[in-house]
Design a binder for this molecule. Structure first.
Ligand SMILES: [Zn+2]
Length: 492
């Protein structure tokens, strides 16, 4: 029966430069025999002198390593055999072409040029490379700075946010005088100051299913600097569909993770690892849980490092491997991420073949995942529109002034209580609500607030599900209270 054998790049020159060869065989042993009969030069690369398969060559039937099954076991029609050699040098450079350096650039990049793994060739590939950064926040900042300094020729940036005062603790691309300025403008000024050779392409939009393919298609590498799930799945799926490597990073509190997703280069994708997102609210965002600014620099630079390696085709990429960093322990650990043959997007029979509604997929309503800078989701000041369960801070003030009988419940975390509170509030952190909600009276109006209204809205939904009928959410939270009612309360 007809069996397809895929030939790895490194061995193609021994098989007339073909990437796939069809043979007639009924077992793996027969298939490899037929292959090496047709291309005798391959034999020495696959077998040792005793005729045994070499240790550094792996043969897969579909997704299964042939070592875990019998080479004499019958093949099924349509089976695919893959030869996967271990390659010390990693991958071929993803940038096949080069752009000549000017004399000024030769001087600028001299420390790269004398580095054997980069050299003139690698530097010319960097110049030819087009890298897309999703977000210019905590991760996007160090990424953009180092990639620009390193001589990446074209950097695109998807970002629609403005610089907020609370960004400055970690988003080192933006300076204090930039507060209020569009992040793209602030980014372009800094990056051009570092390296005027840079071609900077701003994308002042929110990445959506409607525009993602169009934006990403012109780039060679995509670097995901977001920390909201809808954008992360959107970036993953678009990159798989367009065959673009996706350099992933994420951060939370004192921890960070990084990996490279690239099914077209033999690695897994994000969905092979996590096919579905956690339910909304299960995983707190950085805006809720906090993040050490330095972590952004460490993880962002690991992403930048992986991008450079992919571009110049040197080293072992962080593909199929998850690197986890714990700053408190000061430890790096590595975990394997296998490719999932049943992955809904990069598997053998993908069920997701075009971009979907990612907010719905992640169980979020419209407007709940606005940020692209990663941690700007909650910080972002949304247009305040009062829903049926909402009251404004002005209404809350009037109710207090009139001496109305209600219980004000603060669902923020204890660390946030230490920053500021609204006097007289009952403190019940959202994560403890499922265990402690019975402390709240059912016969009294309950008014819930958090920092900016997101978590308290979730608390209101939860309480209604538990049979509470008189529950309201303070739109805009304590930040709106500080801004419009009591300026002595600090905003954070
Ligand atoms: Zn996958």
């Amino acid at each position: 029966m007809a069996i397809t054998i895929t030939i790895p790049t490194a061995l193609r020159r021994f098989a007339d430069n073909q990437s796939r060869v069809e043979v007639n065989a009924s077992t793996v042993a027969e298939a490899l025999e037929a292959l090496t009969r047709g291309y005798p030069q391959l034999r020495a690369h696959l077998y040792d002198a005793d005729g045994k398969l070499r240790n550094f060559v792996r043969i897969y039937v579909n997704a299964d390593d042939v070592r875990s099954r019998d080479a004499q076991a019958p093949l099924q029609d349509g089976d695919e055999i893959s030869i996967v050699p271990s390659i010390a040098g990693g991958l071929d450079p993803i940038i096949p072409h080069r752009v000549k350096l000017t004399n000024e650039e030769i001087k600028r990049y001299s420390r790269h040029l004398i580095l054997p793994e980069v050299g003139v060739e690698g530097q010319e590939r960097l110049k030819a490379a087009k890298v897309l950064l999703i977000g210019s926040g905590g991760l996007g900042s160090p990424l953009a700075l180092y990639l620009t300094a390193a001589g990446v020729g074209t950097i695109g940036m998807v970002e629609f946010d403005t610089v907020d005062f609370s960004n400055l603790q970690r988003q080192i691309l933006h300076f204090t005088p930039d507060v209020g300025k569009p992040k793209l403008k602030s980014a372009e000024e800094k990056l051009k100051a570092i390296n005027p050779n840079l071609r900077f392409i701003p994308h002042p939009v929110k990445l959506t299913s409607d525009n993602a393919l169009d934006i990403i298609k012109d780039y060679d590498v995509v670097i995901d600097g977001t920390d909201n799930f809808p954008t992360r799945y959107l970036v993953n799926d678009a990159c798989v569909m367009l065959k673009k490597p996706n350099v992933y990073g994420s951060i939370f509190r004192w921890e960070g993770m990084a990996s490279v997703f690239a099914p077209h280069l033999g690695g897994p994708c994000y969905r092979c690892w996590y096919p579905e997102p956690p339910p909304p609210g299960m995983v707190p965002s950085c805006a809720e849980g906090g993040v050490l600014g330095v972590i952004c620099g460490i993880i962002g630079n690991i992403q930048a490092n992986e991008a450079v390696k992919l571009i110049i085709g040197k080293g072992k990429p962080l593909m199929g491997r998850l690197l986890r960093f714990d700053a408190m322990e000061m430890s790096f650990r590595e975990y394997k991420i296998p490719r999932d043959p049943n992955c809904p997007v990069c598997g053998k029979n993908p069920t997701i073949t075009k971009l979907i509604d990612y907010l719905e997929f992640c169980g979020l309503g419209r407007g709940e995942a606005e940020g692209t800078s990663g941690d700007s989701i909650v910080e972002q000041k949304k247009q305040e529109q009062l829903g049926p369960d909402d009251i404004s801070v002005e209404q809350l003030k009037a109710m207090r002034d009139a001496g109305e009988d209600f219980l004000l419940v603060d669902v923020r975390n204890p660390d946030e209580f230490a920053i500021c509170t609204i006097e007289g509030s009952y403190k019940l952190p959202l994560p403890e609500l499922p265990q402690r909600y019975r402390e709240l009276p059912k016969d009294k109006l309950i008014v819930v607030h958090c920092k900016s209204g997101g978590r308290s809205a979730r608390a209101v939904q939860f309480l209604k599900q538990q049979g509470y009928t008189k529950v309201k959410n303070v739109a805009g939270g304590i930040n709106a209270w500080a801004e419009r009612i009591d300026p002595s309360v600090p905003q954070y």
